[in-house]
Design a protein around this ligand. Structure first.
Ligand code: BGC
Length: 672
């Protein structure tokens, strides 16, 4: 096997690794087990082993000055477009190469289990299949440019408050099917070379010192050949080395040469285990060709227009339109004299969340205001009123809001409230909520734009809003996409990668968060997100997979077929754009799997396809399901294909599923 796109064969790489390993002194090996600087590994110049320079993600290349700030990862998930994930990965790889980066500390693959998680914006939503498909392409894209992708934060690191102390207590089946799934796919199908352990504990044991997870799951079950790296400072005892952690960051503490030497002499860790850690890093270095080139590629501009275009296209497909009463959107500028843009983001948008993912954008931040100004004729007056308005101008501001032909309210969670390190409230920040409610009471023609990584409370005010956009955190230029949607230049096609509850009370979210006594019981099991709403017949405010368009689609001729492995079930359906605008729809296939023991969700997303259709156009969409149909068997501790009836549903969201059919997979199914 050759390591694409590099020309080295696996045998060649392994030979080089063993040759270097045999020439390394013990001191050189031990030094490699922890960081050289806060964001690099040790080199061994005498043997031409380079240091690896790291950069934070997941919304760009951080740490080396301004860089393209892409929309939040969850916005990419909301595009439901795997090709955009590949493009994003490739752009990130190029941004990394422009700065000499070897290792990108992303993508983030934790699950949006509760809206309060401060880092939901860094992840790919609540569904393991959507997240897997997207992350495999991100990883392939990044690594195809010669930069390592580091999957984080392994695993079930699904909230931020007390992240170091808390234990996520998850049963084996749920852990594999929901929380480990994207990591597994990114390793097996994406070929990721690095995995970062989370700060958290899983079932009582810190992940960085869990032999079950590091050796049992990552190394043995998945056959991972790359290396694991601790989160920064996320090593809590000298057990980490024996447990299977390969690299400690940012500096030697639990894996310092002294500690390791002691562990070796007391027999707590073997020389073979230490060699294996070095071997894993060397393998990644050689497979990626880091010893063969200068990593910094100065032919790539630091403010790469290609990256800027990728960022904008992600927003164009990822911003979700959740409400559009009386088709207020897109607007007709001929009928408008004055637009007022109000809210804390009117002139200073929240482009990303706080913490290690926050990027200093390389291009000027685009506001809905600046973008609209450039799109609308000069005859339409636009006034931006940052809120809350200063006391001396408040009366005038509220008057203007009340009188405007159209109001656009830009609200959300500022980076100090939605951030790594702590969680946030389900309700919008109280002062913003107060302003928003006042605006809505003054003017019925208000379009609300919210920046947030997850769901937020909207049931108490949505009735009064004319329209609602979820722009996630749109990065440096994503608000241009919002403006394009407002004027109708872009037809919204984003779909929610999360469920949007009306309230948390009475739902599984109430038990899911906050933790009690530093334990989070994942008692909902597989019934997380939309699976819970389905099973309990509760309607969320907005359903998983939902998003509005300015056109309409019609589906017909739904056919189910069975195919030879690996594509066992095929779903085909005709999709027609029956409106007057070009647009895109996401066909989603949900499957009710036969239970092989414990109860299962009524249906789970197993396949999807985004289809772009010109006005009037029809396309036949084919979705094949193979491995996605497997479930985790706790008896054999492996994936298996259940025998029995598979209920297959197809439609355009987790609740809009007009097509339903059944397929039997029997013993002979293996050979069908
Ligand atoms: C974060 C990681 C990040 C690391 C390095 C940690 O605090 O959890 O996601 O990669 O810092 O900045």
């Amino acid at each position: 096997m050759a390591f694409a796109p590099f020309s080295f064969s696996q045998t060649e790489v392994e030979k080089k690794v063993e040759a270097t390993l045999s020439r390394m002194t013990q001191a050189e090996k031990l030094q490699m087990l922890a960081g050289k600087t806060d964001f690099s590994t040790w080199d061994v110049p005498r043997l031409n082993v380079p240091s690896m320079k790291m950069a934070d993600g997941p919304v760009g290349i951080r740490n080396y000055g301004p860089s393209t700030a892409y929309p939040a990862a969850v916005c990419l998930a909301a595009t439901w477009n795997p090709d955009l994930a590949t493009r994003f990965g490739t752009s990130i790889g190029r941004d990394g190469r422009a700065r000499g980066v070897h290792m990108w500390l992303a993508p983030g693959l934790n699950m949006a289990r509760s809206p309060q998680n401060g880092r939901n914006a860094e992840y790919l939503g609540e569904d393991p299949i959507l997240s897997s498909v997207m992350c495999v392409n991100i990883v392939r894209g990044v690594q195809s440019e010669g930069v390592i992708a580091t999957l984080k934060h392994f695993v079930a690191n699904d909230h931020e408050n007390d992240r170091v102390k808390d234990s996520s207590d998850v049963d084996e089946r749920t852990l594999h099917e929901i929380y480990l799934k994207s990591f597994e796919e990114a390793v097996e199908k994406g070929g990721a070379w690095a995995i970062m352990t989370g700060y958290n504990r899983v079932n009582g044991v810190h992940v960085s010192e869990s032999p079950d997870l590091l050796q049992g799951v990552i190394q043995k079950q998945w056959g991972f050949k790359g290396f694991t790296v601790s989160d920064w400072g996320g090593t809590y005892s000298d057990n980490v080395a024996a447990a299977g952690l390969d690299l400690e960051m940012p500096k030697p503490r639990r894996m310092s040469p002294e500690v390791i030497t002691d562990l070796l002499s007391s027999g707590k860790v073997s020389q073979e285990a230490i060699d294996d850690k070095v071997r894993r890093m060397l393998r990644a270095i050689y497979a990626m060709g880091f010893d063969q080139r200068v990593q910094e590629d100065d032919s790539i501009p630091k403010d790469d227009p290609t990256s800027d275009a990728t960022a904008l296209d992600i927003a164009r497909e990822g911003v979700v339109l959740l409400k559009n009463a009386h088709h207020i959107l897109p607007i007709n500028p001929d009928k408008l004299k004055k637009i007022v843009i109000v809210g804390p983001e009117a002139l200073d948008p929240y482009t990303g969340i706080g913490g290690s993912s926050y990027l200093t954008h390389i291009a000027d931040k685009v506001t809905v205001y600046s973008a609209l100004r450039s799109m609308l004729p000069a005859g339409v007056e636009i006034e931006a009123i940052p809120s809350p308005p200063a006391a001396d101008v408040a009366d005038h501001a509220w008057d203007e809001v009340a009188k405007a032909d159209l109001v656009i309210g830009c609200f959300g969670y500022p980076p100090h409230l939605e951030s790594e390190g702590h969680d946030r409230t389900f309700e919008l920040p109280w002062d913003e909520l107060a302003t928003l409610k006042r605006v809505l009471s003054l003017n019925k023609k208000t379009i609300v734009v919210v920046s947030s990584g997850g769901a937020f409370e909207a049931a108490s005010w949505i009735g009064k809003a004319a329209a609602l956009f979820h722009n996630w955190f749109p990065g440096q230029n994503g608000n241009a996409a919002v403006a394009e949607m407002i004027v109708g230049k872009t037809n919204p096609s984003g779909k929610l990668p999360i469920s949007f509850p009306k309230e948390l009370k009475g739902t599984y979210y109430e038990d899911a968060y906050p933790p009690k006594d530093n334990h989070v019981a994942y008692t909902e099991g597989l019934f997380m997100g939309y699976r819970w709403f389905d099973a309990n017949r509760v309607r969320p405010l907005f359903r998983f997979g939902f998003g509005l368009s300015y056109t309409s689609f019609n589906m017909s001729d739904f056919t189910l077929g069975m195919g030879p492995s690996p594509s066992r079930v095929t779903v085909t359906v005709d999709v027609q754009n029956i409106g007057r605008r070009d647009g895109a729809e996401v066909i989603q296939v949900y499957v009710g799997l036969p239970s092989i023991g414990e109860p299962r969700p009524k249906r789970e997303l197993k396949g999807f396809q985004k289809v772009f259709l010109k006005a009037g156009e029809t396309k036949r969409v084919l979705i094949s399901l193979g491995d996605e149909l497997r479930q985790w068997d706790v008896n054999s501790h492996s994936w298996m294909l259940g025998k029995g009836t598979y209920q297959i549903y197809a439609g355009t969201s987790s609740e809009d599923l007009p097509f339903h059919g059944r397929i039997e997979l029997s013993d002979s199914a293996e050979s069908i």
